[in-house]
Design a protein around this ligand. Structure first.
Ligand code: UDP
Ligand code: MG
Length: 159
């Protein structure tokens, strides 16, 4: 098996989670999983950043609808780090359509919608790098050594 890689991934806590007072719950799930919080801020998205971020959906009929939703309220953006963090976070996020997402996932437990599906999470290591650079300046990313590594990972995973 290939050696697991340390990765960073980008999360956006969407306006539905903010309005429903789920922000703490969502961050708590990532923390409890063992992901390391390395950046976080509350921002208001605009058309330029949304066109960039949802570039893969620009031609879809629902693009104006999600853009309006995402810029209608502030959002919380965070970067999380861990071994294979991108795939791990996608697993606990659940599938795009909230009402079909597995129970136990964030979307499965808190969402009935495709648009109001609580969080965005990077879908590949390559996109995670782009998205982190899109939302954070280098000085906003904090490198820190966590104290519980010994109980979080096996010895060879920590090397
Ligand atoms: N979306 C939507 N309608 C659709 C597909 C997607 O409103 O039919 C929204 C939804 O909020 C989703 C976002 O567009 O989270 C980005 O879509 P993507 O396919 O990248 O899904 P994700 O990676 O968020 O699961
Ligand atoms: Mg996506």
């Amino acid at each position: 098996m290939a050696k697991p890689r340390e990765e960073k991934t980008l999360i956006i806590i969407k306006p539905d989670a903010l309005n429903r007072s789920l922000v703490g719950e969502i961050i708590s799930r990532f923390e409890r999983k063992g992901l390391k919080l390395v950046a976080m801020k509350m921002i208001r998205l605009d058309d330029a950043i949304l066109a960039d971020h949802y570039g893969h959906l620009a031609d879809k009929p629902f693009f104006p609808r999600i853009a309006k939703f995402m810029k209608g309220w502030p959002v919380i953006v965070l970067a999380l780090e861990g071994l294979e963090a991108v795939a791990s976070v996608r697993l606990i996020t659940g599938e795009t359509m909230g009402r079909r997402a597995d129970a136990g996932t964030i979307r499965g437990d808190f969402s009935m919608s495709v648009q109001a599906n609580i969080v965005h999470a990077s879908d590949s290591v390559e996109n995670a790098v782009k998205e982190i650079n899109r939302f954070f300046k280098p000085e906003e990313l904090h490198g820190w050594e966590r104290l519980d590594l010994e109980v979080l990972y096996a010895e060879d995973e920590r090397e």
